[in-house]
Every structure is written in structure tokens, then in C-alpha cells.
Design a protein around this ligand. Structure first.
Ligand code: BGC
Length: 334
């Protein structure tokens, strides 16, 4: 009798799970850090989207450590996820994880940062060369002649080279002409603000405080650079770029110590990446969502690319506050 009852109750559930009805989709997410606002916003938006769609979302934070990302992703794979969303700490070595996932039939989406030479199903990001172009074009317009510090992001992150490539399209011709003198050109390990601060301190010493512009690849490194300028009474006198539209950066725009940031609406990107992960898990077509193809060294990966947008002080209210990206209370008085 018990057996019959068991079969009557359990078999239909097993069947439904097997054919995919009623089964809760499991999606694994591996993010590099929670020490930057961008990734905190993304995690929250991904989790909220997962709740809305009834998905079991498992998020791991790697703290900028490739070995940790490797073991965390292996752990996610062992939990039976159907899709892996990964923002790699190391754009080269993460290919190994993609291979592992694909062998298990797990679909893989690279988020925000490309994974090189890997068999990805999808890439969801900002147009990262364009981000660099916006930074470079801004500097070339504001400081067409002068002494520059050129910072670039983590050498492990392919975005860092794309940002720099974009910026250099505008700066290189001015360097070649001799209008721009580069005092220091250096990568910032793991995008660490403290590293950026150190590099700028050394460059200020080397140049006897004669610096006109700093290419900072994101708001975190801009914050470190501005800290160094501040100690020399130079904050607000040097043009500094950024990226991510962090609240701290917006407040520096208001104070006049940072000149611009590039806004990428990573909340929208995060919502969409989870929606598309669900479609991939269900084997549905991604339809119109795929807007371009980005080469990762192996093939042209189907991609969803968002535009970036330059933000100066006057754009904070109309673009960042009115869209709900910031609350007015996040900001210092203007
Ligand atoms: C992202 C930036 C971010 C940086 C540091 C890059 O890959 O595109 O938005 O500021 O990593 O986390």
C-alpha cells in the first residue's frame, strides 16, 4: 500500500521534473568583487530578477582571485546549475571553466568581461572599446596639450585593454605630435584604488606636481588618483576621467575633483543577463536580444552590447537621478 502511495505521489513529480515542467531552474553566477558599487548593484539586480522569474540563483564572489573563482565555479557546477553567468577575474584562464561547464551541458554567458578563446553561448556587456573612446575623446578635447598620467585597469581583465585601446585612438595622435607628454603609463593591479594612488603619487613626485590630466579607467582608480592629487592640493586642478557612475564619483563631480564618469546601466544589463540565462536554459531562441558579435579569439560570440554615456556634473540630475539609478539622498548638496 505504502509503495503504491509512494509511486502515486512521487512518480508524477519526478516525471514533471524530468520533462522540465515545474522544475526550478538553477543558475550560477560568479562575480569578481563586492568592493565596488557596480558589482554590488549588479548582484542585487540579478537576485531580484531571479526572484521575479522564480529561479534558484546561486551567487559566488571571487574577491579578484582566479584560483578562488575556479573552485567556486566547480562548486556551482557540482550543484547542478543549468547556466553559468561569469564575470572572469582572468579573461584568459577562465576559458578552462567554460570548457568544464560545456562538457556538463551547462550553458555559459560571459558578463561584462569577455572570456578569451572560449566556447561561450553569449556575451552581455557594454561596448567596451566605446567606453575607452568616450574617455579618450573627452581628455583630448579638454586637455589637447599637456602632461598626462595614463592608468589602465587590471592586466588580467580584457576590458582594461579594450578601454585603453579606445582611449588611445584619441590620445596617441596627440602624443605622436608631441602635444601630450606621458609622464607615467601604468596598469593598476586588480583595479585597486590604493595602487592607483601610489602610481599617481610617484608620478607627481617625478613631475614635480606638473600634471594636467589623468586617464583613470574607472571610478575606483579615479578615487585613488584623486586622493593622491588631494594630498598635494591639486584635486580639482587636474582633469580626471572615470567609469561606472558610482555615487562616490558623482559626489566628486559635484565637488569638482573628478571631471567625468562613463555611465553604463549595469542594472539593466544584470536584469537582462538573468532573463537571457533563463531562455538559454529552456532552449528558447534569444531572438532580437542578440545585437552583435564580438570576437574572443576563437569565434564571433553572439553578444548583447549596451552603449556607455559620458556624465559630467550637469548630467547627474537628468540622467542618473531621474532614471532612478541614484536617489537624490545619495548625493551631497549641489
Ligand atoms: C568593468 C568596470 C569595472 C572594473 C573593475 C571592468 O571589467 O567593466 O566596470 O569598474 O572591471 O571592477
Amino acid at each position: 500500500m505504502k509503495k503504491i502511495l509512494f509511486l502515486a505521489l512521487v512518480l508524477p513529480t519526478l516525471f514533471l521534473e524530468f520533462v522540465g515542467f515545474g522544475a526550478v531552474l538553477k543558475i550560477g553566477v560568479s562575480l569578481p568583487t563586492q568592493a565596488e558599487e557596480h558589482w554590488v548593484r549588479d548582484k542585487k539586480a540579478m537576485e531580484e530578477t531571479a526572484v521575479r522569474l522564480g529561479v534558484d540563483l546561486k551567487v559566488q564572489i571571487t574577491n579578484n582571485d582566479s584560483a578562488r573563482q575556479m573552485s567556486q565555479v566547480e562548486n556551482l557546477l557540482s550543484q547542478g546549475i543549468q547556466v553559468l553567468v561569469i564575470a572572469p577575474h582572468d579573461s584568459d584562464s577562465a576559458g578552462f571553466l567554460v570548457e568544464k561547464a560545456k562538457k556538463l551541458g551547462v550553458k555559459v554567458i560571459a558578463y561584462d568581461r569577455m572570456i578569451k578563446n572560449a566556447d561561450l553561448d553569449l556575451f552581455v556587456a557594454t561596448d567596451n572599446i566605446k567606453v575607452g573612446e568616450l574617455q579618450g575623446e573627452y581628455l583630448a578635447r579638454k586637455v589637447p596639450k599637456g602632461r598626462y598620467i595614463i592608468l589602465s585597469g587590471s592586466p588580467t581583465d580584457y576590458n582594461a585593454s579594450l578601454f585603453k585601446e579606445g582611449a588611445m585612438k584619441f590620445l596617441q595622435p596627440l602624443i605622436a605630435k608631441g602635444d601630450i607628454e606621458v609622464i607615467v603609463d601604468q596598469a593598476v593591479r586588480d583595479w585597486q584604488p590604493a595602487e592607483a594612488q601610489k602610481i599617481v603619487e610617484q608620478a607627481l613626485t617625478k613631475s614635480k606636481n606638473k600634471i594636467d590630466a589623468i586617464l583613470a579607467p574607472n571610478d575606483g582608480t579615479a578615487g585613488g588618483a584623486i586622493q593622491a592629487l588631494s594630498s598635494q592640493g591639486l584635486a580639482g586642478k587636474v582633469v580626471v576621467t572615470g567609469l561606472d557612475a558610482e555615487i562616490a564619483a558623482a559626489n566628486r563631480l559635484i565637488k569638482g575633483t573628478q571631471s567625468m564618469t562613463v555611465f553604463k546601466n549595469s542594472v539593466v544589463m544584470s536584469e537582462q543577463v538573468i532573463e537571457l540565462a533563463v531562455k538559454l536554459a529552456k532552449g528558447e531562441s534569444l531572438g532580437q536580444a542578440v545585437t552583435s558579435r564580438q570576437n574572443n579569439g576563437k569565434f564571433d560570440v553572439p553578444s548583447v552590447l549596451y552603449p556607455g554615456q559620458v556624465i559630467e556634473k550637469a548630467d547627474i540630475e537628468p540622467i542618473l537621478v531621474r532614471s532612478g539609478f541614484f536617489k537624490n539622498t545619495d548625493l551631497i548638496r549641489r
